[in-house]
Design a binder for this molecule. Sequence first.
Ligand SMILES: *Cc1c(COP(=O)(O)O)cnc(C)c1O
Length: 393
Amino acid sequence: MTIDPTLIRRMAFPEGRSRPVATPLHPTVVWAAETPDQLDDIYDNPGTGFTYAREAHPNALALAQRLDALEGGQGGLVVGSGMAAVTVALLGCLRAGDHVLGGDQLYGRSLRLMAETLPQMGIETSLADPTDAGAFAAGLRPNTRAILIETVSNPTLRVADVAGIAALAQARGIPLLIDSTFSTPRAVRALDHGADVVIQSVTKLLAGHSDVTLGYVLARDPARMAAMRVLAVTLGLTPSPFDCWLAERGLFTFDLRHDRAEDNARRLADLIAGLPGVKRVIYPGRADHPDHNRARELLGDRTGNMLSFELDGGRAAANALTRAMPDVAFAPTLGDVGTTLSHPPSSSHRALSPENRERLGISEGFFRVSVGIEDFALLSADFTRGIAAAAKA
Ligand SMILES: *Cc1c(COP(=O)(O)O)cnc(C)c1O
């Protein structure tokens, strides 16, 4: 038996008069054009067709359009990770010889980009406290060409003085880059707060199921956005079509997940604050949060799903806690449908000296919780048991 000689001939996908309801998944790397004239036309008119997946593909475009709608902007770009988005945002604004001023409690890898990678490219970097616009004013240099902050910092959940820093950036004509992964567009549409560039790690709450790695970047100025798009294509920061498809599917329930998780976080923060063996709870929605008033102004009621707490005990108490609550994943991520627990001293902040950690208020008993959408009774039982075990250790 010989095999059908036409087997690998590419054919048109069967289509009827009806349309699929779910978004189709397009893993194709290339698109066939009819003629060289048509190909020319597609290159000349971006958005009218596709050529090669690294340049653009339908699943990324569909996701980007939904994220644009959430952020209240247009023309945003989906890239292969949150760090790809941070990289494109920074390199889209900076050249060798320029300076960038960042928040001193940025995401760990962003700090590393500032400390190692950008200086290797001849870009000067320095950090300042984002809760203090005066510190940012003092940190500016004549060659400062970008400011990078996060709305809510990791893991101490300090709330940046976005209004003060935005006013400063605008007065000096410096682009303000805001990574609003922790607050999400449900709480803060960064463009409405003076951001020139918005960054999201879609990996986290937006996709929400711990099964994709994606980022999103949106610049207010179309020329800057076009330059960032070229940079992302050249650097090859392409997102996987399947990840985009999954993320779009996750987005359909984003607001429901967000509100449920936030409600759980509010209740869990109050519960933990009342348990013996707990030194402090950090939640922007609580009156005892150091930036509570600013949180009210910036976030309103959307104080988010993230909380942190500190045990009275040290590492032994921390070990006892995670052992006593095996159903809450001890994993250094956030934004999953299920609650996850992370311990910055042994993960995101392990490279810091104990003194530097102490300065940030991150002791061995410090935990960060990404609260999920479980029934609150389950969470209440888990944390009550875990913290009781820690108190005994
Ligand atoms: C996780 C995270 C990133 C990086 O995102 P990845 O998708 O993991 O690359 C950037 N900024 C913040 C605030 C984050 O939490």
